[in-house]
Design a protein around this ligand. Structure first.
Ligand SMILES: [Zn+2]
Length: 406
């Protein structure tokens, strides 16, 4: 990796030398390269196409971002210049701002929705470049926006490794893994084996519990919505219960991910650290959606948490999945395969049976498991019961799920 500041400066001067007064297809880029805000505004008023790219793929916004010209960047963004166009080397305006350390420009681009995951031709992102160059403010802005510090270009170094190369202690410190207090883990006994499924977008561990051994597997998933914590406590109580009375396992295996969305749980938000509803981020029937409560992400499986869950389900092929939510008080199921078990569970826990949740759920875990993988899944929406009464209410339906799968 090396900086292109010198090259960029040479290009700017070569454009300065172009004849003045003449109009041509590159006029807007030339005015932007020269930092001539008035001329840019005049050309736009005359109807110049704002996103035109020159021979090197540079747009006016790329020129402005590369040179750190904030007023010009703001003017172009106000005219809805596209933030996602890249030059011939794959550098978007955001990548240029990160590589050159223009923190204010970078912040303006992020506010305008510039993509964090854009990568130049060698596979490096804006965060990688800001980390490598040791630009603290840029790194802070990118991490705050949800840039993934653990994403790794094929064969390349990750952002935390690049940060160490920058030799800037303040930047290196930003990539230290967060400290997770051990008390947040559910209480365990030796017979429950805990392992690490993977890490969230912000690097929090996602543990998975395994209890029992047998041909049929019940997979429990809690807190895929960070503001619906009930599943975690139910799972902890079920594990204790089964450890004390192992015959209830009836020769089956329980897998449990108590907190599928630890970043969302930490900030009590439905979505993950990047504002994505993980229960809309799966490939089956995924559809583009506006940012907000049910934002399905920029593309299917854009989030590490949903990738981990899908890989787990694909690897383990559970006989039944129960995914905990709150607080619609129902046993919702997708596809005919889960109809019988959902009905029997409903009889035992007293929540209503609901084949259709009543609104579309493109890219949900239910859609993915049922229609993408042929695996029965019940979405168990509990209420606001206190932990002990809630467990008492759902216990028998979960025991049934453990025995009835497969
Ligand atoms: Zn939910």
């Amino acid at each position: 990796m090396r900086a292109h500041r010198l090259l960029a400066t040479c290009l700017a001067w070569s454009l300065l030398a172009a004849p003045a007064g003449a109009t041509g297809p590159d006029d807007l880029q030339r005015a932007a390269a020269n930092g001539d805000l008035q001329r840019v505004e005049a050309l736009l008023a005359e109807g110049a196409a704002i996103d035109t790219q020159d021979a090197r793929g540079y747009t006016a916004l790329i020129w402005a971002a590369q040179q750190g010209r904030l007023p010009l960047v703001n003017a172009l963004l106000a005219h809805h210049a596209r933030t996602d166009l890249a030059d011939a080397n794959g550098y978007t305006p955001l990548l240029w701002a990160a590589q050159q350390g223009h923190a204010a420009v970078l912040t303006a681009l992020l506010a305008a929705g510039a993509r964090l995951d854009a990568r130049e031709k060698h596979g490096y992102s804006a965060l990688d470049w800001a980390a490598r160059m040791g630009y603290l403010a840029c790194v802070q802005a990118l991490l705050a926006r949800g840039a993934d510090p653990f994403a790794r270009p094929p064969g390349g170094a990750s952002a935390d490794e690049l940060a160490r190369r920058s030799g800037q202690p303040a930047v290196v410190a930003l990539f230290a893994p967060p400290t997770i207090p051990i008390q947040t883990m559910p209480a365990t006994r030796p017979s429950t084996a805990w392992s690490l499924l993977g890490h969230s977008a912000q690097g929090r561990p996602i543990p998975i519990a395994t209890l029992g051994d047998g041909p049929r597997t019940l997979l429990l998933i809690g807190t895929i919505h960070g503001d619906e914590p009930q599943g975690e406590d139910v799972i902890a109580r079920l594990l204790k219960d089964l450890e004390a009375k192992p015959d209830l396992l009836a020769g089956n295996r329980l897998l449990a991910v108590p907190v599928a969305n630890p970043d969302g749980k930490a900030k009590r938000s439905r979505g993950n650290a990047r504002g994505v509803d993980l229960n809309r981020n799966f490939p089956m029937r995924w559809a583009p959606s506006a940012t907000g409560r049910t934002f399905g992400g920029p593309f299917p499986l854009s989030e590490p948490e949903s990738r981990l869950l899908l890989a787990l389900i694909d690897r383990e092929r559970p006989s039944l999945i129960v995914s905990f939510h709150a607080d619609m008080r129902c046993n919702n199921y997708d596809g005919p395969a889960a109809a019988t078990i959902a009905r029997e569970m409903a009889r035992r826990n007293g929540y209503k049976l609901l084949p259709d949740i009543g609104y579309p759920t493109p890219g949900s875990l239910g859609q993915q498991a049922a229609y993408g993988m042929g695996i029965p899944i019940v979405t168990l929406e509990v209420g606001h019961e206190a932990p002990a009464p809630l467990y008492a209410k759902v216990r028998d339906s979960l025991m049934l799920g453990l025995r009835a799968g497969g």
